[in-house]
Design a protein. Sequence first.
Length: 103
Amino acid sequence: MKISFSTLGCPDWKLSEVIQLALSAGYDGIELRFLEGEDSLWKLPDFQGQALSQARRCLADADLRISCLDTSCRFDSPNEVERQNWVAEGERMAELAAELHAP
């Protein structure tokens, strides 16, 4: 059985801290919800440009998988613009999930 933990319990940590905990505690994966107080993870420098390749490499070197990439997307607003903004957020997060090889 593979075991993951969620960053919901450590929302202000950096990716490097999360990876270190996962390694030291023997986890197989990480459910990414928050990092550095941010829930739109695509905004973080660790997940942009060359840093994204480095993040993937650090995860692979640690033999860790991203078991889930969570969002705060909500689609229940009566305001069309707000709903479209959430759709765009979901698409960005789905693209990041694909880049991180998350299911």
